[in-house]
Design a protein around this ligand. Structure first.
Ligand code: HSE
Length: 436
């Protein structure tokens, strides 16, 4: 039986994990033998704990992609442009199937690459690009192929989830938790992509293409990272039975999409809140199936390599199919994106001067923005009997539904009040029962 020859570009955490699977760490369910024939990486001599002497070595991954020593090209280099894109294009143009873990590449160039793959009659698979080892790409493309999806929401960045879980469970500082995530191999080469929410936004764009047959731009995502989340925010949310998560959500409103990535509070009893460490979850709301959840390890070498290996097996089985859920020509390349019809309750945490009339000024600002208070709580002052004390006090407010475009101007107004110290914390309160 003809073997399928595999070339791997990029031998970092995932590439090394993939070689481990080929060396026997995984099952062997491919209908024909898979064999690694060639590899390429930045540094040939680095000790990776795996022997690469049996494989043909290429200094140039683009040359390897076009070389006829392989049938499938695996791109694990990363980055939305540069050598990763050039190599994937070279492979597709030379009639090779491509497997990639590169969410930035699929987010930015997925549609053009899908057209290229279709022109050349080859597969472009990227299960590892979203949620690491969780089979959510095939879940949406194949499992929900005939379902009408209204919304997807999820926790899509293992590094952020690990950091927030560590801060919550162990009281670790943000910096220490990030260092630990980097040591464990969860973080991107540039961890600002993780903590700034860009990594989750790349993945959300890919999920949007699969769920809604529409390819927005990364810039269409309303994006906030977790840099400003404090242990005080986490503790105050906890008091209300809420947990801070970096949540990504895409919803269809008529002919428009609303796309957001940012820290949000979710009821601590819900699945979304219970995703801890580097795990990910994606929840899709679809008709007629209802709510479907995909969850598991979202980062790390072994988990991500499992998804890459599964794509190789799918190709070996002869299954190509569309790159997204429909052929590239049927994907809306310029979807309308707006948050106007999106409403959420919000959590606000303010530090204010402990003086007469302050609460009135705060609630007045909310009233003028037409924002209705649901609950309000002021922590007791340290020294209530001392009118000269300038110790700030904390006020935590939850609101009824607020239209998304109203909330940032409201926070600007509150920040500008003389009695308010610093910028208030603001988080939407989301529930998995309403991913739209
Ligand atoms: N840096 C990513 C994360 C790895 O933390 O989730 C998987 O994409």
């Amino acid at each position: 039986m003809t073997e399928m020859r595999v070339a791997i570009a990029g031998l970092g955490t995932v590439g090394t994990g993939l070689l481990g699977i080929f060396a026997g760490d995984g099952a062997d369910r491919a209908p024909r033998p898979l064999r690694v024939t060639a590899v390429s990486a930045r540094n040939r001599s680095r000790d990776r704990g795996v022997d690469i002497s049996d494989y043909e070595w290429f200094d140039d991954p683009v040359a390897m992609a076009a070389d006829d020593s392989s049938d499938v090209f695996v791109e694990l280099i990363g980055g939305e442009d540069g050598v990763a894109k050039a190599a994937v294009e070279a492979a597709l143009k030379s009639g090779k199937h491509v497997v990639t873990a590169n969410k930035a590449l699929i987010c930015r160039h997925g549609l053009a690459l899908a057209q290229l793959a279709e022109e050349h009659g080859v597969a472009l698979r990227y299960e590892a690009a979203v949620a690491g080892g969780v089979p959510v790409v095939r879940g949406l493309r194949d499992g929900l192929a005939q379902a009408q999806v209204f919304g997807v929401m999820g926790v899509l960045n293992g590094t952020c989830n690990f950091i927030l879980s560590q801060m919550d469970e162990t009281g670790a500082s943000f910096d220490d938790a990030l260092l630990e995530a980097q040591k464990l191999g969860y973080a991107e080469a540039d961890p600002s992509f993780d903590i700034g929410g860009v990594d989750a936004a790349h993945k959300l764009v890919v999920l949007t293409a699969l769920a809604f047959d529409a390819m927005p731009q990364l810039e269409d995502v309303d994006l906030t990272g977790i840099e400003a989340v404090s242990t005080d925010d986490i503790a105050a949310a906890d008091e209300l039975g809420l947990t801070v998560k970096l949540v990504a959500e895409a919803a269809r409103h008529g002919d428009a999409l609303a796309l957001r990535v940012g820290p949000a509070l979710v009821p601590s009893r819900e699945h979304l809140a219970q995703i801890s460490g580097s795990d990910n979850i994606v929840i899709a709301e679809a008709m007629p199936v209802g709510r479907v959840a995909f969850t598991g390890p979202g980062a790390g070498g072994g988990a991500t390599a499992t998804a890459v290996a599964a794509d190789l097996v799918t190709i070996a089985r002869g299954s190509t199919g569309p790159v997204f859920s429909v052929p590239a020509a049927k994907i809306n390349a310029e979807p309308r994106v707006t948050a106007e019809d999106t409403h959420d309750p919000y959590f606000l945490r303010l530090q204010v001067k402990d003086q007469p009339g302050v609460l009135a000024r705060v609630t007045n600002a909310l009233g003028e923005a037409n924002v209705s208070v649901d609950t309000i709580h002021q922590a007791p002052a340290q020294m209530p009997s001392d009118p000269a004390s300038d110790e700030p006090v904390e006020i935590v407010i939850t609101t009824h539904l607020v239209p998304r475009p109203v909330i940032r101007p409201l926070i600007d107004t509150l920040s500008g009040l003389h009695a308010v110290i610093g910028r208030p914390s603001m988080f939407p309160i989301l529930t998995e029962e309403d991913p739209s």
